[in-house]
Design a protein around this ligand. Structure first.
Ligand SMILES: Cc1cc2nc3c(=O)[nH]c(=O)nc-3n(C[C@H](O)[C@H](O)[C@H](O)COP(=O)(O)O)c2cc1C
Length: 208
């Protein structure tokens, strides 16, 4: 029920891994915070590296809340952000008894995709994803790789068969994007839609 989901603060786990597309990740976190969400954020070691490589030092984990506010505005203050170590598989979000609503892994590396597909739980991102699947909660996975090997394609199928929403980092161009931020808005909008939020990150298709 889309309308219900915007009316109460929701707990969302966000995992950021070492695939290209850090801009998608920060745009998604900012949009969820602007929706008033309580976010549990976990960034893998290569996720941290890609954030620095693609967005610069100012987006590094220590200064991320300030970066989000300066880039996306004070509406991000509507939400809250707790950052967990990916090594801490004893964190709250590692247990199904912790009542969060959904999780997104954006972007999702092929390594983490494999870990989720096979239930490996080697770190907090993989364990939290495993919890979402076993508890039948929403898990959105945003893989990025090109081209893809057969094992990678099979791992996407395994995740989909387990109930995950596979939402590849494939921005569209029919909306007439002019900037990288437009492309990131589109992907973040797709993710928010998959999580059940109303948003205005891209204009709805009006038909032709
Ligand atoms: C600059 C750079 C770009 C990368 N881009 C991708 C990518 O787009 N997709 C991918 O699956 N892996 C990519 N990788 C490889 C992953 O970062 C690597 O497999 C890493 O072990 C993933 O670990 P994680 O899932 O714990 O973050 C990239 C690595 C680097 C250094």
């Amino acid at each position: 029920m889309m309308s219900d989901m915007n009316e109460s603060a929701r707990g969302i786990v966000v995992g950021i891994t070492g695939a290209s597309g850090a801009l998608y990740a920060v745009r998604t976190v900012a949009a969820l915070m602007s929706q008033g969400c309580s976010i549990d954020l976990v960034i893998s070691d290569f996720g941290k590296r890609l954030i620095k490589d693609e967005l610069g030092d100012e987006a590094a984990i220590e200064s991320l809340p300030d970066y989000l506010r300066s880039k996306y505005g004070q509406t991000t203050d509507a939400g809250s952000l707790v950052i967990h170590s990916n090594r801490n598989v004893g964190a709250t979000i590692a247990s199904g008894s912790h009542l969060c609503d959904a999780m997104v892994i954006v972007p999702c590396s092929m390594k983490t995709l494999a870990g989720v597909a096979h239930g490996l739980s080697r770190n907090l991102i993989e364990r939290s994803a495993d919890v979402m699947l076993k508890e039948r909660r929403t898990l959105v996975v945003v893989p990025r790789e090109s081209p893809m090997s057969l094992p990678q394609l099979r791992n996407m199928v395994l995740c989909a068969e387990s109930g995950a929403v596979m939402l590849p980092a494939m921005p569209a161009f029919y909306q007439g994007p002019r900037t990288l931020d437009d492309l990131a808005d589109f992907m973040a909008g797709k993710i928010l839609s998959a999580l059940g939020f109303r948003h205005s990150l891209y204009p709805p298709w009006v038909g032709s």
